[in-house]
Design a protein around this ligand. Structure first.
Ligand SMILES: Nc1ncnc2c1ncn2[C@@H]1O[C@H](COP(=O)(O)OP(=O)(O)OP(=O)(O)O)[C@@H](O)[C@H]1O
Length: 310
């Protein structure tokens, strides 16, 4: 895997003395989709803005495609496209003109064929001559993406691409992001929606209070998320898990009347029926059952809490 973006101990302390980024290090691989998940005020926008050169870092370095953003800002910035959180478009401008103008800002020669390609990809081609103010909110967001892609960046940042967007548009956006990824663009998006990270990302990073708490393959996180607990209350207490049941992943709670069985919800067989049959064969009677899902949400909330306790 080739690294396209390298963030090394990036720290940002704002003028008032508030540290919004605290020694953040992150390696982004070419072609991946990374979702940065974090609560309000975690530092997501500050991180993106610092990488894109909108905010000056207090210390640390960022390099994009081998170009240091401090020493070689213009070269580094050319490789980055940024879709901001807020819609900041010129209402009376035509779609095509605003996208063409964005490309020009990066000193790229006019290339109508390329702009047609991205406008088509974003289902905006038939709106190219429409004034921005006549577009729906979802289309305006797509225009922001078209602008960000206009100079052919290799890395695209999407800051909260679906904040305040309805469920249907959110799904549209997910599809667009996947499409862009398939066309070879590396994507870093921020979100507070866990399901968004689940739906799109190859890797998920969790950020809170200016610190990266983890960066992990989504599959690994999902494997943890897939865990479910079955709690079985026994009529009579036992001292230990009976030998016949040791092949099951069972935990006996203190007091001896509750067994906890952990299983993978995505497995073809959960083993529950087998477990209940084995319990019966052992002469153990179950008086009540309860299940509990450990979700990515719980993992996320747990991580954030742990980080705060530290
Ligand atoms: N210009 C600034 N001066 C001082 N503090 C700032 C400035 N910009 C942001 N902050 C603070 O830095 C922290 C991180 O803000 P940031 O916008 O990066 O968070 P975020 O994770 O993007 O949040 P959200 O999800 O709400 O957009 C916040 O506490 C915010 O108040």
């Amino acid at each position: 895997m080739t690294s396209i973006l390298s963030v090394d101990r990036l720290t940002k302390t704002y003028d008032g003395g508030f540290t919004a980024l605290d020694a953040v290090s992150l390696e982004i691989n070419e072609g991946e989709i990374l979702a940065l998940l974090g609560p309000n005020g975690a530092g997501k926008t500050t991180l993106i803005s610092t990488i894109c050169g909108i905010v000056q870092p207090t210390s640390g370095t960022v390099s994009v495609g081998g170009h240091d953003t401090q020493e070689n800002y213009r070269e580094a910035r050319k490789l980055i496209g940024l879709v901001p959180q807020e819609i900041n478009l010129e209402p009376f401008e035509k779609v095509i003109n605003t996208v063409r103008f964005s490309r020009g800002l990066f000193g790229k020669p006019r290339d109508d064929a390329y702009l047609e390609k991205i406008l088509r990809q974003l289902s905006l081609w038939d709106k190219k001559d429409d004034a921005i103010r006549t577009l729906s909110g979802g289309m305006k967001r797509r225009v922001l993406i078209a602008k960000a892609l206009s100079h052919e960046p290799r890395v695209l940042f999407l800051d909260e691409p679906t904040a305040g967007v309805d469920v249907e548009l959110r799904r549209d956006m997910w599809e667009i992001v996947r499409d862009l990824s398939d066309s070879g663009v590396t994507i870093i998006l921020t979100t507070h929606y866990i399901e968004e990270a689940e739906a799109m990302a190859d890797r998920v990073g969790v950020i809170n209070k200016g610190r990266i708490l983890l960066v992990e393959e989504k599959g690994d996180l999902m494997a943890r998320m897939g865990q479910k607990e079955l709690r079985l209350d026994l009529t009579d207490a036992v001292d230990t898990v009976p030998a016949a049941l040791t092949s099951f992943d069972l935990e006996l709670e203190p007091g001896g009347t509750r067994l906890i069985y952990r299983y993978d919800t995505r497995a073809e067989r959960t083993g529950i029926v087998r477990l209940l049959t084995a319990l019966q064969a052992e002469g153990l009677h179950v008086s009540d059952v309860e299940t509990k899902q450990s979700s990515l949400e719980e993992i996320f909330v747990g991580l954030v809490k742990e980080g705060e306790g530290a």
